[in-house]
Design a protein. Structure first.
Length: 208
């Protein structure tokens, strides 16, 4: 993504602009950041997540949304996560119903240009959302899924809570969303994705 220079928008100006803009922008502290297009692998993995989880989530009173649902954090970042899961009644910023306040799970599919941001500063923003229970990161160039799950402590502010970490790095493993008791095999998440070249590179580096 890229910043729009010179002018600092208020949140109200950003929303008015964004709701009529032909492309999506994230927003933080007055700046707009144009969202880059997704790769083929990114779109395949995104579709696989939805197909692998939708039925289970529906049975638990949850819904899954991809790409276009804007989320606002308590730190006032406005973003478009790759995947958002909501359980129960969704809460929105206003009557336009396009800016979600209470996601339970957020997932991001990593790219070389965004993975550091997604793992650090963006997660810092997401952690301020009181309803968020799990944050999932998926590599698109190798088999690797990372899950961060909130350790509940009602006496600690959302942005100060501890998070448990789990990494799944083999195709035989599964991703389990503990907050809603849903499980999907990594074989489904990475269906139709070929990794032979990248796996060969990793093996070569380990040997030498």
């Amino acid at each position: 993504m890229s910043a729009q220079p010179n002018y600092l928008y208020t949140p109200q100006e950003y929303l008015a602009f964004e709701r009529s803009a032909p492309e999506k922008h994230e927003y933080f502290q007055g700046e707009l950041f144009t969202m880059a297009g997704a790769s083929f692998r990114h779109t395949v993995i995104n579709s696989n997540i939805i197909s692998g989880l939708r039925k289970q989530l529906r049975e638990r009173g949850c819904t899954i949304h991809a790409n276009d649902l804007r989320v606002k954090t308590e730190s006032s970042l406005y973003s478009y996560p790759d995947i958002v899961i909501v359980c129960g009644k969704p809460e929105f910023l206003d009557n336009t119903f396009d800016t979600l306040l209470n996601p339970v799970v957020i997932m991001e599919i990593l790219s070389d240009s965004t993975k550091e941001y997604d793992r650090t500063r963006k997660f810092d923003h997401y952690r301020t959302i009181p309803s968020l229970r799990e944050y999932v990161l998926l590599e698109q160039d190798m088999v690797r899924v990372e899950r961060y799950s909130r350790i509940e402590n009602p006496h600690v502010p959302p942005d100060r809570t501890l998070w448990a970490f789990q990494a799944m790095t083999t195709i035989e493993e599964s991703l389990t969303l503990q907050s809603m008791d849903c499980t999907v095999p990594l074989t489904e998440l990475y269906e139709d994705i070929e990794f032979e070249e990248r796996v060969a590179e990793q093996i070569e580096k380990q040997i030498f």
